[in-house]
Design a protein around this ligand. Structure first.
Ligand SMILES: *Cc1c(COP(=O)(O)O)cnc(C)c1O
Length: 409
């Protein structure tokens, strides 16, 4: 097949990000085809029987497999450095699939208390209905993870950096805690993406993605995935998605597949702008504190630069949070709202991972369902503002934020 030269071994992830995909069709399309079809014609009844029995490779029905979705899985696994990947309809569906595959009644999970809010609700709420218990521990305190281990602990779940305060956990140290206890480690790698951080290199067993964020990169579709050893995909997760159906639509897979071609340069450019903005914010008189792993003032700066260095150099990723000045919760909230309302370029929205910069007030939006005590414990004050930095010119972003911050001095 002239259109299907196999790629040489050992290519750099930047190359794989634009090259690796399912086989091309007989037409030799250069851009990967979108197979927008729910089922596949079988050559004859006996072949259909073998394929449905999983005795022979071949597509049958998109809930079981689709070439466009396979392209996304191949590309993401190549970037994460795992044997395989399985795509899901959303990032949350990937975490649901992880739990359905690995956990049963009576099992225990240790999870960072700073993970994505829906992840906390999934473990503490939905999984608890099925007799699975979860202990939530400090993101950065390895001894607390160790102390939470029980004889029935099967899974440790972490996310690094966290949203919105960008706390970093030590993946290698958590992998050691998990493996010494006979448990497995899952890391949600949504914020760094494999362009900056490959948790597998530090011993993680499962890497979780919300493809909705940086993998798509332009805020268009929802998608998710688990990257791991092939045996888990084939023997544990595929039988579930095939039955339970939380699969990715081919259209969304195609959009994310094309988005991943520019992932490396986007993550690099967005990290550079983030560092420049964080540095400027740190010197602004209306700003009390900046949270960004790329700043030397970040408590886990050295760890972050070591762990987030898949591109060859440590990078801070593209979420920058900061506290404005203010002497009471009311004043802090008033100042934060004033700073947010003044922007004319940034979008007031809670999504992230887009090339358009977004600005939000976590205490009243993404973390608005927490009680004031829970918010205080999580250090999410009324003066906190989160930026998810995109690709606009840095001078324009600085001027946009200055509109709201300069009058607060
Ligand atoms: C958005 C997000 C998720 C959930 O992904 P969806 O695609 O929205 O379901 C999970 N983890 C993190 C860190 C996220 O930011």
């Amino acid at each position: 097949m002239p259109h299907n030269k196999t790629l040489p071994e050992g290519l750099h992830p930047d190359t794989l990000a634009v090259r690796i995909a399912s086989e091309k069709s007989q037409y030799g399309e250069h851009s990967e085809a979108l197979f927008l079809t729910s089922s596949f014609i079988q050559p004859d009844a006996a072949t259909a029987a073998r394929r449905f029995a999983m005795e022979e490779d071949g597509y049958t029905y998109t809930r079981v497999g689709n070439p466009t979705v396979s392209s996304l899985e191949l590309r993401l696994a190549a970037l994460e450095g795992t044997e395989a990947a399985i795509a899901t309809s959303t990032g949350m569906a990937a975490i649901l699939l992880l739990g359905m595959g690995l956990l049963k009644n009576g099992d225990h999970v240790v999870c960072s208390q700073s993970v994505f809010g829906s992840t906390i609700r999934l473990f503490a709420g939905e999984f608890s209905k099925w007799g699975i218990t979860t202990s939530f521990v400090s993101q950065t305190d390895v001894a607390a993870w160790q102390a939470a281990i029980q004889p029935n602990t099967k899974l440790l779940f972490a996310e690094t950096p966290t949203n919105p305060l960008t706390d970093i956990c030590d993946i290698q140290a958590l992998a050691d805690v998990a493996h010494n206890a006979g448990a497995l480690l899952a890391v949600d790698n949504c914020f760094c993406s494999p362009a900056l951080q490959q948790p597998k290199r530090f011993g993680a067993d499962f890497i979780i993605h919300s493809g909705t964020k940086y993998l798509d990169g332009q805020g268009r579709v929802m998608a998710g995935a688990i990257c791991c050893d092939r045996k888990y995909v084939d023997d544990v997760f595929l039988p579930i998605t095939r039955t339970a159906g939380m699969v990715l639509s081919p259209f969304n897979a195609w959009v994310v597949l094309k988005g991943m071609e520019t992932l490396g340069i986007r993550m690099q450019a967005q990290s550079e702008r983030s560092l420049a903005l964080a540095t400027w914010l740190e010197g602004h008189p209306a700003v009390k504190r900046v949270y960004y792993p790329g700043l030397a003032s970040h408590p886990q700066h050295a760890l972050a630069m070591r762990q987030q260095s898949a591109s060859g150099k440590g990078q801070g990723a593209a979420v920058v949070s900061f506290d404005v000045q203010g002497d009471s919760p009311e004043a802090l909230r008033r100042n934060a709202f004033a700073a947010i309302d003044a922007v004319r370029v940034c979008s007031i929205t809670t999504n992230l991972g887009d090339v358009k910069t977004t600005i939000s007030h976590p205490a009243s939006t993404s973390h608005g369902r927490l009680t004031e005590d829970q918010r205080q414990a999580a250090c999410i004050g009324q003066g906190l503002i989160r930026l998810a930095v995109g690709l606009e010119h840095i001078e324009d972003l600085r001027a946009d934020l200055a509109l709201g911050l300069d009058p607060l001095q």
